[in-house]
Design a protein around this ligand. Structure first.
Ligand code: G4P
Length: 530
């Protein structure tokens, strides 16, 4: 058993945000390689096989060969204990992807050097900035032809609204990729295409001052170009400021190639130095210090029906303070109940193990007898504070849902309401009517299939889903406003959520602004904190 303060100081808990195919999996693999958690790269992915080993609980996963759940990877490197939270992407992009970011202390943003900022990265980035967590950028695939480096930085700044500070600088790309220039050490690290799956290979370091050697190694043209770019860069880029990085206002930028394992360890080392260990989180009694306060955690994700026969659920919680020890009693604040956690486990890429102890920064999965909801707090029996809730994020796909068999109305309403309460989908109603019209909203299209599947297999209800054209949803911030008096647009629809909060749906993004212009004083939000 370690000293609590030391154990927490070692923790670095982060999520990787990226657009599909930017190289998130490949980069994770390489991190694990450095941590000695795996021997051969490739074992994280092995798309079909490894992922099923993680979670072959849902039929739909098997059918589609994808993972609906997200896993957590823990490994040690250089005296740190690192937790990587996987943010599901591709078709399994869902609210869980956003919620996972609520459990992270920082984010690594992977960008494909030939593509720049892409849609999914933009969405995830927004959630990170909402929390002001530090964001570290790894620009990947420099072994392929890349966009101009200044354009890439400009793209990040303009598209995401965050200042950038390159920690290193690429020399060429694709066939002409020669390596990176380390701005702090003022030396060039030459590119060596190391064998896939091995640790970083035989790179050489050349000081910038040794111009003759530099010219001999990377060529006249590349040397001239580099010297010119360094001059420009030193004049134009934001100075490095660790406080700004830690406040999420400035992102340090690194360049490399995850596939050929170039620049990955340099990135990891800098990241670990700059990223923060678990810090105080906001609760209704003020900030909670991770070391001073005894055990506390909040639920950020609930995964239902891992085993259909038992209808069990796993609640994933992020420990925010103190230490969890096997067998200890904790209070579930929302219900007031004091109990032992059931089968607390750590979910790894390839297996699960029962936890003996865990510290602030760690994630554990706990058997949920139907007690927990997303955002709930657990703490010591003597305490009773609550962490700030997890916001509800804007769904982007909507469908009207009806049961096929009208006789099964009650089962249908019960099922869909329960699934919505678990946070797998959101349900809405027409503004002026009751439950007779149910509109379902999801972040990723796959959730519609999940809903269909679960209603059939768990509640024996078949449904019709009629997709609706709306893509933009806004919560109305002004509580005292008469919603029926809002001057709308032809594509606007008024609805309400389960709690009766009024919302507006739009087909076109520009209609949102039009409605704001037409209704002075109206305030709209694209997430809800209630
Ligand atoms: P993701 O998790 O972000 O979706 O991306 P992933 O790591 O799966 O990478 C997507 C594709 O990009 C993979 O190729 C991967 O090998 C490739 N890739 C990742 N990093 C680099 C890099 O630094 N350079 C180059 N050239 N390619 C890179 P794939 O052919 O789609 O998959 P696979 O058959 O190799 O697994």
């Amino acid at each position: 058993m370690g000293n609590i303060a030391d154990e927490i100081a070692k923790r670095r808990t982060f999520a990787i945000i990226s657009h599909p195919d930017a190289g998130k999996t490949t980069l994770t693999e390489k991190f694990l390689l450095y941590g000695g958690a795996i021997n051969l790269a490739g074992s994280v992915k092995g798309k079909a096989t490894a992922r099923h080993a993680v979670s072959d609980w849902m039929e739909i996963e098997k059918q589609r060969g994808i993972s609906v759940t997200s896993s957590v990877l823990q490994f040690n490197y250089g005296g740190f204990c690192i937790n990587i939270l996987d943010t599901p992407g591709h078709q399994d992009f869902s609210e869980d992807t956003y919620r996972t970011l609520m459990a992270a202390d920082s984010a690594v943003m992977v960008i494909d050097a030939s593509k720049g900022v892409e849609a999914q990265t933009r969405k995830l980035f927004k959630v990170c900035t909402m929390r002001h967590i530090p964001i570290f950028t790894f620009i990947n695939k420099l072994d392929r032809d890349a966009m101009d480096t200044f354009d890439l930085l400009d793209d990040i700044e303009k598209n995401l609204g965050i200042a950038t500070c390159p920690v290193n600088w690429p020399i060429g790309s694709g066939k002409e990729f020669k390596g990176v220039y380390d701005r702090e050490l003022q030396e060039i690290i030459t590119y060596a295409d190391t064998e896939k799956g091995t640790k970083e290979g035989h790179e050489t370091r050349i000081p910038l001052s040794d111009e003759a050697l530099l010219r001999a190694q990377i060529g006249e043209d590349k040397t001239e170009q580099l010297l010119g770019e360094i001059e420009l860069l030193d004049g134009a880029s934001a100075p490095f400021d660790l406080e700004e990085v830690q406040a999420g206002m400035l992102t340090p930028v690194f360049f490399g190639s995850a596939l050929t394992n170039f620049g990955v360890e340099i990135f990891l080392q800098h990241f670990l130095k700059m990223a923060l260990p678990p810090t105080a989180r906001v609760s209704d009694k003020g900030p909670v210090d991770p070391v001073e306060q005894g055990f506390s955690a909040f639920v950020f994700k609930i995964q239902a029906n891992m085993n259909k026969a038992h209808r069990d659920r796993i609640a994933f919680m992020r420990i925010c303070s103190g230490r969890y020890e096997a067998g200890m009693e904790v209070r579930h604040v929302q219900s007031g109940r004091v109990q032992r956690l059931q089968q607390p486990q750590q979910l790894m890429a390839s297996d699960r193990k029962i936890l003996d102890e865990a510290y602030a920064g760690d994630i554990m999965g706990v058997f949920d007898p139907g007690l927990y909801s997303i955002g709930d707090t657990l703490c010591l029996p003597k305490d009773a504070f609550r962490y700030e809730g997890i916001p509800t994020f804007a769904p982007e796909h909507f469908a009207r849902v009806r049961q096929v068999d009208t006789m099964k109305r009650d089962q249908f309403v019960k099922g869909i309401t329960q699934i919505a309460q678990e946070g797998a989908i959101q349900i809405f109603q027409e503004f002026n009517t009751g439950m007779e019209e149910i509109i379902c909203g999801v972040v990723g299209m796959l959730q519609f299939d999940v809903l269909k599947f679960r209603l059939k297999s768990e509640y024996n209800v078949e449904i019709y889903l009629d997709t609706l054209p709306y893509e933009h949803i806004r919560w109305i911030v002004n509580r005292d406003l008469d919603v029926s008096k809002i001057v709308g647009t032809s594509d606007m629809k008024r609805i309400k959520d389960l709690k009766g909060n009024p919302l507006l749906l739009f087909v076109n993004p520009w209609s949102v602004q039009m409605v704001l212009d037409r209704n002075k004083g109206l305030e709209l939000a694209d997430f809800s904190r209630e």
